[in-house]
Design a protein around this ligand. Structure first.
Ligand SMILES: Nc1ncnc2c1ncn2[C@@H]1O[C@H](COP(=O)(O)OP(=O)(O)OP(=O)(O)O)[C@@H](O)[C@H]1O
Ligand SMILES: [Mg+2]
Length: 451
């Protein structure tokens, strides 16, 4: 990223001297001889930082600073002051200056100060690029809301588009919080049933006695409390889709009944004689391993095969960490709007912390984490300590201490040990990450006696 610095001073030598030094550091420079001149350069160019003298003809540095810090507070302004005008510099800091430099300017200090002032600017610009990427990806999606650019997510979106308009039953599996319900929403919204009902049933919440009447309805007087006829969820979903969430939690009696609807597309209300026929598309989800449930005799194999015409496995977040920045950008946008906060960027240490954490609660946990960070943030940039301690400290564990003059073998041992640990002992990933072969890694593990 090339940054442009606007240098404002009525003395030509100073302007040009500073410009030369900054250009050597790789910055673009624009020059102005007073405040009025500076303002017009500022308005007509992409300026990332302003360095300005205080005393100048026409418009002074003070007035320029006030104008810039009220119109674009995110642009840092560094003030130049002569000897004996420290009070003026302090006043300028009150008015929003980033820092000040005394003349004659020490070029090393200039270089450091500019670099520091622009580091947050860099974060802001990176964040803007991310927001643009997010807007583009949301613009492309007819069903919106599913965010992700990892190959795993792209594949899921392809499958979703492909199967949406068929009638095939779909089973969505994956850990808690990975976005199974979002995938189900996308399937319904993309299907030609989108204008018909999408009925969601949280199966785990239905007690054994409620399940049947909830799903299939009941006739008046069919049991105590059945004061009127009630239509069940399957009937309500006619011509639309039904989402059977946590299907792995349904008991065997319920499983038999659902199997029958799937096979015959008919059922009777509790206490009713009439056979009701429905056209319903079934989407089911579970975070259980249904194969294992079948092996344990807790889930019917025949139902499994009926549901599982198409399976969509949504992988955990730790296996698609590439999605973290764009998801973070989306949640920052959502929660800063909701809380009336202006968030302009996220510190790179904070991003590293998000990368290092393993996210057992997946995207739901990331979303909650970003919500609390937005609420707790002290400034306009999310800093590492705005994140929950468990997540921030996950990143701390990612550093090891290597002293100058330390034994090479000792350093190597530590690097291998720490990397192995952070990857949960996975040797092939460790070898890949460290850029060495698996055999070499094995040899070193043995040599250094790493557990
Ligand atoms: N790809 C994604 N893009 C944006 N938001 C997402 C994405 N995946 C999940 N979320 C959000 O994360 C939260 C959890 O998602 P969802 O409820 O779909 O998960 P789930 O897999 O059904 O979890 P559970 O098994 O606990 O029911 C929701 O707030 C959802 O909006
Ligand atoms: Mg869910």
């Amino acid at each position: 990223m090339k940054f442009n610095v606007l240098i404002v001073d009525d003395e030509k030598n100073i302007r040009e001297g500073l410009a030369k030094a900054l250009e050597m550091d790789g910055y673009g420079t624009l020059l102005a001889k007073d405040g009025t001149d500076a303002l017009s350069v500022f308005e007509n160019n992409e300026i990332d930082l302003v360095i300005s003298d205080l005393k100048m003809p026409n418009m002074s540095g003070e007035d320029l600073l006030k104008k810039i810090s009220s119109s674009t507070p995110s642009i840092p302004v560094i003030i130049l002051t002569g000897h004996g005008t420290i009070e003026a510099a302090v006043q300028a800091m009150h008015n929003g200056a980033y820092d000040f430099l005394t003349k004659p300017v020490n070029l090393d200090r200039l270089s450091l100060l500019v670099k520091r002032a622009l580091s947050s600017r860099e974060l802001i610009l990176q964040y803007r690029v991310l927001q643009e990427e997010l807007n583009k990806s949301l613009g492309k999606q007819k069903y919106a809301k599913i965010i992700g650019k990892s190959n795993a997510m792209k594949k899921i979106l392809e499958v979703v588009e492909q199967v949406a308009s068929s009638r095939a039953s779909i089973l969505i599996t994956g850990e808690s919080g990975v976005g199974k319900e979002l995938v189900a929403d996308a399937i319904h919204n993309l299907s030609n049933r989108r204008d018909n009902p999408f009925i969601k049933v949280h199966c785990a919440a239905l007690t054994e006695s409620l399940l049947e009447s909830e799903l299939f309805g009941h006739e008046k007087g069919s049991f105590t409390g059945a004061v009127a006829r009630k239509r069940g969820r399957f009937e309500l979903a006619h011509n639309g889709s039904i989402f059977l969430d946590e299907i792995g939690d349904i008991n065997s009696a319920g499983q038999v009944k659902i199997l029958r609807v799937l096979q015959e597309k008919t059922f009777e209300r509790v206490g009713g004689e009439e056979t009701i026929e429905v056209d319903v598309r079934i989407i089911a989800a579970t975070n259980r391993d249904l194969k294992e449930e079948i092996a344990q005799g807790r889930f019917r194999e025949d139902l499994y095969y009926r549901l599982n015409v198409v399976t969509i496995l949504v992988p955990p977040l730790r296996e698609r960490k590439e999605d973290i920045p764009i998801l973070t950008a989306a949640f920052l946008k959502e929660f800063s709007a909701e809380n009336n906060r202006v968030i302009e960027g996220i510190d790179s240490k904070a991003i590293n912390a998000l990368y290092s954490y393993s996210w057992p609660g997946n995207i739901r946990e990331l979303r909650n984490c970003i919500e609390s960070a937005v609420v707790l943030a002290k400034g306009n940039i999310i800093e590492p300590d705005d994140l929950p301690p468990a997540i921030y400290s996950a990143n701390e564990k990612n550093y090891i201490k290597i002293n100058v003059g330390m034994d090479m073998a000792m350093a190597e041992k530590q690097i291998i040990q720490a990397t192995l640990h952070s990857l949960g002992g996975n040797k092939s990933k460790t070898a890949e990450m460290l850029g060495i072969g698996r055999k070499t890694l094995h040899r070193k593990i043995e040599e250094y006696g790493i557990e």
